[in-house]
Design a protein around this ligand. Structure first.
Ligand SMILES: [Zn+2]
Length: 61
């Protein structure tokens, strides 16, 4: 079996991370080494995330 050893770089801490272990945000197209870095990123991008959530899930009654 072929091992995928492709490396990606964490958006937050710049850690090189195995592609198989990394988290990928398909919207922002960035990688994170773990959930903690994703949460840091989410804090920094809170406004964008709220806007996007609103577009997708929030309707005027
Ligand atoms: Zn990281």
């Amino acid at each position: 079996m072929k091992v995928n050893d492709e490396r990606v770089t964490c958006e937050i801490c710049d850690a090189p991370t195995n592609l198989d272990d990394a988290l990928f945000d398909e919207q922002a197209e960035v990688y994170f080494c773990d959930n903690g870095c994703f949460e840091d990123w989410a804090d920094d991008n809170f406004h964008d995330i709220v806007e996007q959530y609103k577009e997708l899930h929030v309707y005027a009654g």
